[in-house]
Ligand binder design. Structure first.
Ligand SMILES: Cc1cc2nc3c(=O)[nH]c(=O)nc-3n(C[C@H](O)[C@H](O)[C@H](O)COP(=O)(O)O)c2cc1C
Length: 246
């Protein structure tokens, strides 16, 4: 394996960090590497908010319920952002531009762009010896995050990203086998049978890993997860920001 592949295969989310903060240069290096990600039509439909204010971090932790939102080397919040386009025309947002900006298509563009920039940031951070964890838990109260970060129309928070010096070394979490996710030419539903293999692999992982041992598998987890209506306020919030309306 080359060094890039080794880095990718060594990924695990880090949720405990030392007290050491990232320097401004490290933050900049990570963000600029993130920005090298491909972006739909070069729109760059994202913004990254670095949260250094301890009060805002505390409030964001309350939203997420996860301590590492506050206790990390640096906290980023990644937003889908179409407001730059919205503000290009001094006459305001109207006509075709408005119709496009408010479409599901452009909502996908902006959320995908936000995910790509963030994943590049994770790889950059890991290459520098940092650990990182995405924080979708900020969407537990998306309206509160919007208020705390003073987001304008056409800007929505997607997730946070906690980065810092790792203070634990969790085991690498197995993924679905290649055979379960890779199809050739057309979609093959029979591939779902490989989920059984993964259930055994993940169950074994949960019973053998260093901490938080449990008797569980992927199918059970997903059924539990999808049985609970979650963040049902997000749709109305997104539409209130003039996105994903049609
Ligand atoms: C969009 C996104 C949101 C996530 N949100 C959270 C989160 O709120 N809290 C958390 O502890 N982990 C979060 N994670 C991390 C996942 O739980 C983790 O990536 C997954 O369980 C696989 O584990 P690994 O990253 O250690 O391989 C998130 C990951 C992604 C991609």
């Amino acid at each position: 394996m080359n060094e890039t592949l080794k880095l990718l295969h060594n990924h695990r989310s880090i949720r405990k960090f030392t007290r050491e903060k990232l320097t401004k240069d490290e933050v900049r290096t990570i963000v600029e590497a993130g920005q090298r990600a491909s972006t739909s039509s070069n729109v760059m439909a994202y913004s990254i908010i670095g949260v250094t204010d301890e009060n805002i971090k505390k409030e964001l932790r309350k939203v997420s319920g996860q301590p590492y939102v506050e206790k990390n080397g640096y906290l980023f919040v990644i937003c889908a952002d179409l407001s730059r386009i919205a503000n290009l025309d001094s006459n305001g947002v109207q006509g075709n531009v408005k119709q496009n900006l408010e479409s599901t298509e452009q909502f996908i563009v902006a959320t995908v762009d936000g995910a790509l920039v963030t994943q590049n940031m994770v790889i950059a951070a890991e290459s520098l010896g940092f650990g990182a964890c995405f924080l979708g838990s900020l969407r537990n109260d998306i309206n509160r995050v919007d208020e705390l970060l003073k987001l304008p129309a056409y800007v929505i928070p997607l997730f946070g990203l906690a980065v810092g010096h790792p203070n634990h070394e969790p085991d690498i979490k197995p993924r679905l086998p290649f055979e379960a996710v890779f199809h050739e030419n057309t979609y093959d539903q029979a591939k779902h049978t490989h989920i059984e293999d993964y259930d055994r692999i993940l169950s074994d992982y949960y019973q053998r890993r260093d901490s938080n041992l449990k008797d569980d598998n992927w199918s059970k987890q997903m059924l539990r997860k999808y049985n609970v209506p979650t963040r049902m306020d997000v749709a109305a919030y997104v539409q209130s920001k003039n996105m994903n309306r049609h």
